[in-house]
Design a binder for this molecule. Structure first.
Ligand SMILES: Nc1ncnc2c1ncn2[C@@H]1O[C@H](COP(=O)(O)OP(=O)(O)O)[C@@H](O)[C@H]1O
Ligand SMILES: [Mg+2]
Length: 246
């Protein structure tokens, strides 16, 4: 099982939109997919129409001796399962901190599922916390949606230098929510492509179709299969798969 996370120190950059659409595309490509919602905002849980409840709360989730198995829910899509979040996930760091090896915890919880799924996608909260470090240790790759702005580029630099000495995970930034009508954003796009060699080639534009996910509560390809955005997420999945199984 490969493990990836949609991750950024910043919030509101498209982490959840990416996790939801890539989980769907990965399933469509024939993979058995587990999406784990780690964010107390529960947005991925909401998009898949699952009740935001963690049995026993984040404390029990993190302290369980077995795997995540008891927390897994089936979605409307065959082959795509979800571990929902609820508001108790805001305390994930506190519960992790009581463990002996907190940064190994997410790895340990995922290990028993290795034969059951081809890929696990972790939808992360923003920030760079103990939870993030536990995610870094568990992941083969971090998918980092990067909005083409100065501050977004700065946080990407922070992340890359924080992980510079680690051999894992692969950091895979890609441009998210770009508005090509704006010259400054087009300039940043060129800069990211030039300065960040590991970036993925597919660019996710800012579109009203993606915004509509909140109304439709489904991946874009379900309600707008022929849209440019549905196509873009399919290409983004192909980029990710090439890097994961290279
Ligand atoms: N490419 C996009 N175009 C337009 N709106 C988007 C796009 N990606 C995300 N959004 C919207 O922007 C908001 C933040 O996106 P989200 O995926 O929840 O970000 P994060 O998980 O990083 O906080 C949401 O309302 C979402 O619907
Ligand atoms: Mg999110």
């Amino acid at each position: 099982m490969k493990v990836v996370a949609t991750y950024n120190i910043k919030g509101g950059v498209g982490k959840t939109a990416t996790a939801v659409n890539l989980a769907y595309e990965a399933t469509r490509a024939g993979n058995r997919v587990l999406l784990w919602d780690l964010d107390p905002q529960c947005a991925a849980t909401f998009f898949f129409r699952i009740k935001p409840t963690v049995k026993g709360g984040a404390k029990r989730l993190i302290e369980s001796n077995g795997s995540l198995a008891a927390h897994i829910r089936a979605t409307d899509h065959l082959g795509l399962d979800l571990v929902p979040a609820d508001f108790s996930m805001r305390n994930l760091d506190l519960h992790l901190d009581t463990r002996k090896r907190p940064t190994r915890r997410i790895t340990t919880l995922l290990e028993p599922l290795a034969d059951q799924y081809d890929i696990a996608i972790l939808d992360c909260p923003p920030g760079i916390t103990l939870t993030s470090e536990s995610v870094f240790a568990a992941c083969d790759a971090l998918l980092v949606p990067t909005v083409p702005t100065t501050l977004s580029m700065r946080t990407l630099d922070q992340l890359i230098s924080f992980l510079a000495d680690a051999d894992r995970p692969l950091v895979l930034p890609f441009v998210s929510m770009i508005d090509r009508r704006k010259k400054l954003q087009r300039d940043f796009l060129a800069e990211i492509f030039e300065r960040v060699p590991a970036h993925l080639p597919t660019v996710i534009a800012s579109t009203s179709v993606i915004e509509r996910m909140g109304i439709e509560r489904a991946p874009v390809a379900v309600f707008a299969p022929r849209s440019q955005s549905a196509l873009a997420y399919r290409e983004l999945w192909a980029d990710v798969a090439r890097r994961l199984w290279a």
